[in-house]
Ligand binder design. Structure first.
Ligand code: FDA
Length: 308
């Protein structure tokens, strides 16, 4: 792994950096490239701006590994308010949640209760997405998903192409008519669990993406969100999905706010279904370090912000 990428991923888990760096003005300025602001209103304003361009969104409040049940209730309440505010403004907004933000470290039953509450609140408003965190949580997150799927058909889960186990996980989920968001993966993982070489991660993404398109085109039920900014993969998988009945109406490209804007415009112009994930909240430090690690050249934006 690139040493700068490794350092940034290490920084993402360092409590001292998480408490001190976000107070620096130049870091706060730099993070704005990836999030419109820290408040719910900032995120909803961006969702409205996207909606005006005909682009739906996914909102996520940043935060992970909470330590008390009360904190998880506050997170559930926050997402309820987001869903209610979006409905009031008639915005096509879905939400995406992290299992450890909803209490997975405190026990799977608590996380399941919280996600089920939100699945009920989101019923009739699209998908309630479950993010995938580091590989220590993969089994628990998939168990959570399997447990909820029978009763809450609107729940979707993220799978990461960098994990060697993902093809088997995908096969085990397909009979459930799953809603899957396919991403490459953003955490520091050992080589025995995740492909160290980017070309292998990209090849796995293409192969998993094709498997999902085949499933939908072959009469299987479900939905796929291709969560990537990679123009080669987007073109290959969008072309394939659009060309096949069954898949054409059950996929979308999902991208992050602030990344790949030119590609986003191209997709809108070509009528490819696109949804943008907008993050907000005060606990942005670990998430921001992962965004820098994805493209270490981003560190220059931070340096430029410091110089300014
Ligand atoms: P890749 O890294 O190959 O980048 C392709 C191109 O996109 C780059 O050349 C660059 O131009 C641009 N780009 C990518 N990242 C950039 C960045 N940070 N800054 C600037 N440009 C950038 N991961 C995870 O582990 N669990 C999850 O739940 C999710 N959820 C999720 C939702 C959505 C909607 C998206 C788009 C992504 C995620 N991810 C995620 C993150 C994902 O795993 C991955 O780390 C990033 O999407 C970066 O990989 P790409 O697929 O974009 O390809």
């Amino acid at each position: 792994m690139d040493p700068l990428r490794r350092t940034l991923l290490w920084a993402s888990t360092n409590p001292w950096l998480a408490s001190s760096l976000p107070r620096r003005r130049f870091v706060r300025r730099a993070v704005r490239r990836f999030m419109p602001g820290e408040t719910r209103d900032d995120a909803l304003r961006e969702a409205a701006a996207l909606d005006a361009r005909g682009v739906p969104s996914i909102l996520t409040m940043l935060g992970e590994n909470v330590e008390t049940e009360d904190e998880t209730r506050a997170v559930v309440d926050e997402y309820r308010r987001v869903l209610a505010a979006a409905a009031e403004r008639r915005l096509d907004v879905e939400v995406s949640v992290k299992p450890t933000h909803l209490g997975l470290d405190l026990g799977p039953a608590l996380a399941a209760r919280n996600v089920a509450d939100l699945a009920r609140a989101a019923a009739g408003r699209g998908t309630l997405w479950i993010d995938m965190e580091g590989s220590a949580y993969t089994d628990a997150t998939l168990d959570l998903y399997r447990g909820l799927k029978a009763e809450h058909g609107n729940v979707g889960v993220c799978l990461q192409s960098y994990l060697r186990r993902t093809p088997a996980d995908l096969e085990s989920l397909l009979p459930l008519s799953p809603r899957i968001r396919l991403v490459k993966g953003a955490y520091a993982e050992p080589p025995e669990r995740a492909f160290p070489a980017k070309r292998d991660v990209d090849a796995a993404y293409l192969s998993l993406g094709r498997r999902l398109v085949d499933h939908l085109a072959g009469g299987g039920d479900g939905f796929v969100g291709f969560g990537t900014h990679d123009p080669v993969l987007i073109r290959a998988l969008a072309d394939e999905a659009r060309g096949r009945a069954g898949a054409a109406e059950r996929f979308e490209i999902e991208m992050l706010y602030g990344i790949g804007r030119r590609e986003q415009d191209r997709l809108v112009e070509e009528g490819v279904p696109l949804r943008i994930l907008v993050s907000y909240g005060e606990a942005w430090f670990p998430w921001y370090m992962r965004r820098l690690a994805e493209r270490p050249a981003n560190v220059w934006f931070v340096v430029r912000s410091l110089i300014r």
